[in-house]
Design a protein around this ligand. Structure first.
Ligand code: IPM
Ligand code: MN
Length: 341
């Protein structure tokens, strides 16, 4: 079956890494048809919107979305660009599970002494600290007040934790649930309670609760002790940049924004941003985009092409190509992966 993929290359290095990833997808033998949408900060500057008014409806017709990167803060504030494109897609398509694998590819040196870790971070992706509930009063006066309310619903917390439990069952049977319930006594205590309730339903999964601060230390000091890590939207955001760091950098960090119910298209994107500082230098590492593309094919049940891409990525890094940030060009890395395919 041929899957229809909507491409949103976005801004900066999002554009070359998306182009490179699609070459790799094609060479993997995957059966896809792509259509590209120029939704970006340029689009905003021309049309006053990051995407057209019916953008979400347009995307709904696709089997999956592949996104490069969004943002160019010198031209459009991040609070405008992200709330006009990336974040509404995650919410509108109920992509409540943001999955980010953290392990070292062959030949990649991370900053830690150990190579022995394989962590799957699962980040709640539609509510929590990113709910957008709040407002500002007395703007621009000395009495100004800003309120940003985190929203945790039972449905939202339960479904992300269930997803985590199921991932743990399919992996090494360990789930770490991350909160800050010693300080945040409403939402985070609630999250802990739901974790405990569900744990009874998954007796084959060993659950440990951590506070976010302790989890940060653990990911550095004892990453081998972790398997599946589930966290709220903001905590997951922060932990996955740390995860990217221990796997050698953002050039390797892949992600999938999944609607597990499959009622809506899921979206796949490297964790890195648009990196305006290196956007025109031709040195963006496309590995995270390749890995994200493999996650996309996996999600679409094109498992053989997905496995071929992962094998080609790792054969490339094992040769020392693409392993050092900024050393090899995007084209050199892409050509090496294509050669392995
Ligand atoms: C990420 C990014 C986004 C997030 C930003 C760009 C809004 O940091 O995907 O991790 O915080 O979700
Ligand atoms: Mn982030």
């Amino acid at each position: 079956m041929t899957h229809r993929i909507a491409l949103i290359p976005g801004d900066g290095i999002g554009i070359p890494v998306t182009q490179a990833a699609m070459k790799v997808v094609e060479a993997s033998g995957a059966s896809v048809e792509t259509q590209s949408f120029p939704w970006s900060c340029d689009h905003y500057l021309q049309h006053g919107r990051m995407m057209p008014e019916d953008g979400i409806e347009t995307l709904r017709g696709f089997d999956a979305i592949f996104l490069g990167a969004v943002g160019w803060p010198a031209r459009v504030p991040d609070s405008v660009s992200l709330h006009g494109l990336l974040l509404p897609i995650r919410k509108a398509f109920v992509q409540y599970a943001n999955i980010r694998p953290h392990r070292l590819l062959a030949g990649v040196e991370g900053p830690l002494k150990t190579r022995d870790f394989d962590i799957l971070c699962i980040r709640e992706n539609t509510e929590g600290e990113y709910s957008g509930a709040g407002g500002r009063v007395h703007q621009g006066t000395p009495d100004e007040v800003a309120v940003e309310t985190s929203i945790f619903t039972r449905a939202g917390v339960e479904r992300i934790l269930r997803f985590g439990f199921e991932q743990a069952q399919a992996r090494r049977g360990k789930l770490a649930s991350v909160t800050k319930s010693n300080a945040q006594r409403h939402s985070m205590v609630f999250w802990d309670e739901v974790t405990d309730e569900l744990a009874a339903e998954y007796p084959d999964v060993a659950v440990t609760r951590y506070h976010i601060d302790a989890m940060c230390a653990r990911m550095v000091m004892a990453p081998e002790s972790l398997d599946v890590v589930v966290a709220s939207n903001l905590f997951g955001d922060i932990l996955t940049d740390l995860g990217a760091a221990i796997q050698g950098g953002l050039g390797f960090a892949a992600s999938a924004n999944i609607d597990p119910t499959r009622r809506n298209p899921s979206m796949f994107e490297p964790v890195h941003g648009s990196a305006p500082d290196i956007a025109d230098k031709g040195i963006a590492n496309p590995m995270a985009a390749f890995w994200s593309a493999a996650m996309m094919l996996d999600h679409l049940s094109q498992t053989d092409p997905a496995a071929r891409i992962m094998a080609a990525i790792e054969a490339t890094t094992a040769q020392g190509i693409g392993t050092h940030p900024g050393r090899d060009s995007t084209d050199t890395i892409t050509d090496a992966v294509l050669a392995h395919l």
